[in-house]
Design a protein around this ligand. Structure first.
Ligand code: FE2
Length: 437
């Protein structure tokens, strides 16, 4: 009996892995992203099969247990073909051209209450029961709006490179988030990621498999486009993959709408950059002009800028993107700069004009490590920036770690944890006296 049950479970698991889209609910790749003001607006993305008709959302406060005050709304729909016929790999390692044409459904929920938990269900017109609305069997997802004030917290993770033939990458990264929750002793307000969620962003099946994890059905996620998310197996490049598996605020600049974006979370401004569009000097100037304007037009207590590529080379400490951004961060009073990509953790105290300060001025630089137990990188002797870099950390190729960021009116506090819940490093970002309140 036990053997039969095990076989059945193996068969079911194989079915989900082989064909994650058809084996899941009628709506899949469901994610909640912050609106431009995350206290009042949340933006949702999900995909449905071609021919499944209109798609709807039903949502209400989590406290409305019987869904009596639920609101129904119709999603905007567009055909998404950017992932179709792409050369990829199945979980068994077999090469294939993936059949991935589907409807992309998006909706921006407005007029939400701040600091409030909501529950929602999405479904298509022609779902399993033939009902026109999300039914009792539709899976319930949750999101929380941002508090208006300055007390909030987030988990931060990056570089998990999910890849169908190596499911452990996703597994250990998601376990790392659960370890963060355990250390935090309660759920987060939201999750941040610093890119490279997928090994090849163009391989569609990797996304619904990742988003099926419960961390995606209970949190708002905001992230940046990593070079791997932007990549095809055959070295093609496109920001369309990242764009179509999110519904980010459409406040970016030309060519980067829905990819580069900004949002207010409480009294913090987050500026999210796509480093794949900042390779030439001209592209960098465009991104920096936009960043300057965004910071000028959105007065905030904390200014946080994120991009995927590393500030410093973690192995030897050499300056990397730090050289391209430090002048702007000094000029604009950026409090915290978060990057990833290098797979080695690096932190600094506040830096201004290439010098460490007492924290009343300057930018704290944080570089997240990898979280997949596979693509980590070993530390070497630090030859550069000994006066700027406070701490580096890696577990070598099998690195897993992530951070918690806690905000209050006096400071942001970032703590790095390893997979066992040990706090490895802690960095403070002081609120600056001269900022607009
Ligand atoms: Fe990476």
């Amino acid at each position: 009996m036990f053997k039969k049950l095990s076989l059945l479970l193996v068969a079911l698991t194989a079915l989900v892995w082989l064909n994650p889209v058809s084996a899941q609910h009628t709506a899949y790749t469901i994610i909640a992203n912050p609106g431009e003001n995350a206290s009042k607006k949340i933006r949702l993305n999900w995909h449905t099969k071609l021919g499944s008709g209109d798609s709807q959302i039903t949502y209400t406060k989590k406290s409305d247990k019987n869904w009596k005050k639920a609101i129904r709304a119709l999603a905007e729909q567009e055909l998404c073909t950017v992932f179709d016929t792409i050369y990829s790999k199945k979980p068994n390692g077999e090469n294939f051209h993936e059949d991935a044409r589907f409807m992309r459904n998006t909706i921006a929920l407005r007029g939400l209450e701040e600091d409030t938990e909501y529950q929602y269900k999405v479904s298509s017109e022609k779902n399993a029961t033939g009902s026109a609305y999300p039914n009792e069997n539709s899976e319930i997802h949750y999101f929380k709006t941002a508090p208006r004030a300055n007390k909030w917290n987030m988990g931060i993770i990056s570089d998990m490179h999910v890849y169908a033939p190596l499911p452990n990458r996703q597994k250990v990264a998601m376990e790392m988030i659960r370890q963060l929750e355990k250390q935090h002793k309660k759920p987060f307000d939201m999750m941040l990621h610093v890119g490279d969620m997928s090994a090849w962003g163009d391989s569609y099946s990797f996304w619904p498999t990742l988003y099926a994890d419960s961390t995606f059905s209970k949190y708002v996620w905001a992230g940046v486009n990593g070079n791997h998310d932007n990549m095809t197996r055959l070295n093609g490049q496109s920001n369309q993959f990242f764009r179509n598996v999110n519904n980010n605020p459409i406040n970016g600049y030309a060519g980067q709408i829905g990819v580069s974006y900004h949002f207010m979370y409480g009294d913090a401004l987050f500026v999210m950059l796509n480093n794949e569009a900042m390779k030439s000097d001209e592209e960098l100037a465009k991104a920096q002009d936009w960043t300057r304007k965004v910071i000028k037009n959105n007065p905030a207590k904390y200014i946080i800028v994120m991009e995927h590529y590393q500030w410093f080379m973690g192995n030897d400490g050499k300056s990397s993107q730090y050289n391209r951004w430090k002048a702007l961060f000094d000029e604009c009073g950026v409090d915290l700069a978060i990057s990833g990509n290098n797979h080695i953790y690096v932190s600094t105290n506040a830096l201004y004009a290439d010098q460490e300060t007492d924290g009343t001025k300057g930018t704290v630089y944080i570089q997240t490590l990898s979280s997949d137990n596979e693509r980590g990188r070993a530390l070497e002797e630090q030859l550069y920036n000994k006066d700027l870099i406070k701490f580096r950390w890696s577990e070598g190729s099998k690195t897993v770690g992530a951070l918690i960021m806690n905000a209050n009116k006096k400071r942001l506090m970032l703590t790095l944890y390893d997979r066992n819940g040990n706090a490895i490093d802690q960095v403070l970002v002081k609120a600056k006296a001269t900022k607009l309140r």
